[in-house]
Ligand binder design. Structure first.
Ligand code: ADP
Ligand code: MG
Length: 355
């Protein structure tokens, strides 16, 4: 009722606060996969396997060969703001891990049924724990909430079931299982391009063959070939550039000026983070527009490294956006590097075609 009087202010309950926060971080199955892959990479995993059921809504399982979680931490690992990666706010200036806020597992436990089975190198056995709303929970009424010992290898299994079971609207806005699976596929492929030393496997529950699999100690180029085919791979130019004054490193693989795709591919990592950066994308599109016909697009994978002290990673709940110092200069350098690479290649081509 609009009666012109101010409404009473109340404090939201913790349950409501946590659910709101969870919804900001976990938008869809692919965002949960992103968080879980980042955790596996932070745990130094050499092998990460992802198994998906019904587009990740029914079940999502991530298994990795990283360091695992200590048994004594299992009771707090899914509470909000519990992390092994950050101690002081100032540490963010040097942060080299993906995680730092301790919110991902908490968020997932607020919007799904989560279980973790983990065995560290020093433990005699694995332990399995079930979570609900940040807390340990019992797998069945009447059973203890304490983690149960399990015979298992030095691995961690995180199983996320019934995603958004308690968020009706969110569940309804998801796309079909196939489309959600494709989004997961893209996330896994993108990480495999930037982390070719790690073996990634993606498959559907109940299927023996993987839809996507990379060997450990692969290369970005060979993983791109596995995803996009040899036709694309054969057209890629390597970029490698160091700009010391900006503490900026650029490596990448980009399509040459005589090649185009109907749908563009733009994969950007900054300090190992998969990011959206419309300004850089626009700058690159701009370079290609001088070479490509209208409605034709390029393939572009770029991995930028900057001094972590110049990058603010704490600007977005999903961390898919960062702010960095000297942004305009950096974007210019990335653009010029790309332009120069395309030109160098086309002039050498001209040269060869004249021979
Ligand atoms: P953050 O990554 O910001 O620390 P998360 O909620 O994603 O927060 O994870 C909480 C903690 O759980 C991490 O700090 C880490 O210690 C532990 N953890 C999560 N996933 C894994 C994993 N796959 N292997 C080992 N430890 C993990
Ligand atoms: Mg994390």
């Amino acid at each position: 009722v609009l009666d012109g009087t101010p409404k009473k202010i109340i404090k939201l309950s913790t349950a409501v606060i946590n659910k709101i926060a969870a919804g900001e971080i976990i938008h869809r199955p692919a965002s949960a996969v992103k968080e879980l892959i980042e955790n596996s990479l932070d745990a130094e995993a050499k092998k990460i396997s992802i198994t998906v059921k019904e587009g990740g809504v029914k079940a999502l399982q991530v298994q990795d060969t990283g360091n695992g979680i200590r048994k004594e931490d299992l009771s707090i690992v899914c509470k909000r703001f519990t992390t092994s990666k950050l101690r002081e706010f100032e540490d963010l200036r040097r942060i080299r891990t993906f995680g730092f806020r301790g919110e991902a597992l908490a968020s997932i436990s607020h919007v799904s049924h989560l279980s973790i089975t983990t065995r560290t190198r020093t433990e005699q056995c694995a332990y399995k724990a079930f979570y609900c709303d940040g807390h340990l929970t019992s797998p069945q009424p009447g059973l203890s909430v304490e983690p149960v010992p399990f015979i298992g290898p030095y691995q961690i299994f995180l199983k996320v079931e019934d995603l958004f079971y308690n968020m009706d609207t969110r569940r309804k806005t998801l796309k079909s299982s196939n489309e959600e699976y494709l989004k997961i596929h893209t996330v896994v492929c993108n990480y495999s391009i930037n982390f070719p030393q790690v073996s990634f496997t993606l498959k559907k529950f109940g299927e023996a063959a993987a839809d996507y699999r990379t060997p450990a100690d692969s290369t970005s180029r060979s993983n791109i070939k596995a995803i996009y085919g040899q036709k694309v791979e054969a057209e890629l130019l390597e970029i490698e550039q160091l700009e010391e004054s900006l503490e900026l490193g650029i490596v990448g693989l980009i399509s040459n000026a005589n090649f185009s795709l109907k749908r563009g591919v733009f994969v950007l990592f900054i300090n190992g983070r998969l990011l959206e950066c419309p300004a850089i994308r626009k700058a690159i599109d701009n370079v290609y527009s001088a070479h490509l016909p209208k409605h034709a697009h390029s393939f572009c994978y770029l991995s930028l490294t900057m001094n972590p002290a110049n990058v603010d990673v704490n600007v977005h709940p999903t961390k898919n956006e960062v702010h960095f110092l000297h942004a305009n200069r950096i974007i210019e350098v990335v653009q010029e590097t790309t332009r120069a690479r395309l030109l160098a290649e086309s002039s050498s081509r001209t040269f060869y075609s004249q021979v």
